[in-house]
Write a protein that binds this ligand. Structure first.
Ligand SMILES: Cc1cc2nc3c(=O)[nH]c(=O)nc-3n(C[C@H](O)[C@H](O)[C@H](O)COP(=O)(O)OP(=O)(O)OC[C@H]3O[C@@H](n4cnc5c(N)ncnc54)[C@H](O)[C@@H]3O)c2cc1C
Length: 431
């Protein structure tokens, strides 16, 4: 007979989203149990590019990507590649991604993202104070580089879209780029500067700080994998090998691994993993003052404590396959176009972005029960959106705020009816 315990709120998954949510709920005096089979913060939240990208309201699927998609997917060395053995499994997601890349859907997705991103920085400021992590953030903005006039021209739609949502962005001449980043003097590139964005200097330490702040406020941690989820009268039964936990409310925050649990809760959600990679190079002195993204290469070069992290690119292809050395070589060749003097990388990493075809996360109650709250699917923006997600989840638990606000992030938005209403600009089912 499995040992059983009860808890007010179980948060499944201790990535940045689960950690931020556990902290928020514990700070409000809730009894919280955080559950993860792995070291907290060791998933996608460990290896990302470290940008708090409040400007990034352009969805991954958009008309420019759609036009380039055949070329991108057929070139194994493009920044947006496909593992062909996974094509069958990926087909439904890809079809939905194509639909979501049409102009009207892109606009709706950008609007939804922009609404969340507008609250991302204030939510971060609050969390930084709560977890005492100001020393782990730099407030130097972020820089996109365009090395060809045609790339700059093609990005006009993105600039207009961001301008429409009030994002602070400045177009820079090649001279202004070099004035900001002197080590890029050999590179002739136009820049697009986002002065308000911040970056994390060490994601691993930041995750540890979040965990420390959550446990200091009373959250408990259990190293375990949840394999069963069943809604019952008065609560939700979670289970795994040799244990059972009855929770009043369950928050599913298991990143790219959330699908199975969400399905058990009664939802059909097109969640896929966008595989991304990083390499790190030790540096005696920082080579850059802020994250720099050469847009054509699809990665960020982010200065972190004692090292340069080169992180990004997309490889569609599921959770099971091992790291693809060709993708790591692509990052290595790319960064050497800027810094040929770099030695061998000191670490390499593969991680999994939890991604929906419309680039929006799932935040809000399950269709199956109000006692199951989803908080996953943040794609390229999980670090940026973790604190605002935590706030929204805490508001739901506390019965505060307007639940209609979460309609754009509802679990059922991909059902046929919800999809047609969404395209028609009507709100989908109220969560
Ligand atoms: C290369 C790359 C660069 C990126 N750059 C940025 C960036 O600059 N800015 C940004 O905002 N975002 C960025 N992202 C995206 C961001 O890292 C993710 O969106 C974010 O980390 C997702 O956080 P999460 O907590 O949802 O998932 P994760 O951090 O993956 O955590 C999920 C956790 O759930 C646990 N888990 C899984 N299954 C179970 C189970 N059955 N029971 C219990 N626990 C379970 C896992 O062990 C894991 O610890 C990047 C991602 C990649 C890959």
């Amino acid at each position: 007979m499995a040992a059983s315990e009860t808890v007010e709120i179980a948060v499944v998954g201790a990535g940045v989203v689960g950690l931020a949510t556990a902290l928020r709920l514990a700070a409000e005096g809730r009894e919280v149990l955080l559950i993860d089979p792995n070291e907290p913060g060791s998933g996608a939240s460990f290896g990302n590019a470290g940008t708090i990208a409040e400007y990034a309201c352009m969805p991954v699927g958009n008309p420019a990507v759609l036009r380039a998609l055949p070329k991108l997917l057929l070139d194994a060395d493009s920044p947006f590649a496909l593992r062909w053995p996974a094509l069958f499994q990926l087909a439904p997601w890809l079809v939905s991604f194509v639909r979501q890349s049409l102009p009207e859907a892109t606009r709706a997705n950008a609007l939804a993202l922009a609404g969340l991103l507008a609250e991302a920085l204030p939510a971060w400021e609050e969390m930084v104070k709560e977890a005492d992590m100001a020393d782990l953030l730099r407030r130097n903005g972020c820089l996109y580089l365009y090395r060809g006039e045609s790339d700059f021209a093609k990005a006009a739609g993105g600039r207009a879209l961001r301008a429409g949502f009030g994002v602070n962005q400045e177009v820079l001449t090649p001279q202004q780029v070099v004035a900001l980043e002197p080590h890029l003097r050999e590179i002739e590139a136009r820049g697009l500067y986002f002065p308000d964005s911040m970056n994390v200097t060490d994601p691993k330490t930041l995750m540890q700080r979040l965990l420390g702040a959550a446990t200091a406020r009373g959250a408990s941690v259990r190293q375990a994998k949840i394999t069963g989820l069943q809604v019952e009268a008065g609560g939700v039964q979670l289970s795994g090998p040799g244990f059972r936990i009855k929770a009043g409310t369950v928050v599913i925050a298991a990143g790219a691994w959330s699908l199975e649990l969400a399905t058990k809760a009664g939802d059909r959600i097109p969640l896929e993993a966008e595989r991304g990679y990083h390499l790190e190079f030790p540096t005696d002195a920082p080579l850059l003052d802020r994250p720099v993204c050469p847009v054509d290469l699809g990665f960020y070069m982010t200065p972190m404590a004692g090292r340069l992290r080169v992180a990004g690119t997309v490889e569609l292809g599921g959770l099971a396959a091992p790291a693809n050395p060709r993708r790591l070589a692509l990052l290595d060749r790319g960064v050497r176009q800027f810094f040929p003097q770099l030695g061998r990388p000191s670490s390499e990493w593969l991680g999994f972005r939890p991604s929906l075809p419309d680039s929006r996360p799932v935040i809000g109650p399950s269709r199956g029960s109000l006692r199951v709250i989803h908080a996953f699917g943040h794609g390229h923006l999980g670090l940026t959106l973790a604190p605002i997600t935590a706030r929204l989840v805490a508001d739901l638990v506390g019965g505060r705020g307007d639940p209609a606000r979460l309609a754009s992030f509802a679990a059922d938005r991909f059902s046929a009816l919800a999809f047609s209403r969404h395209i028609a600009g009507l709100p989908s089912r109220r969560p």
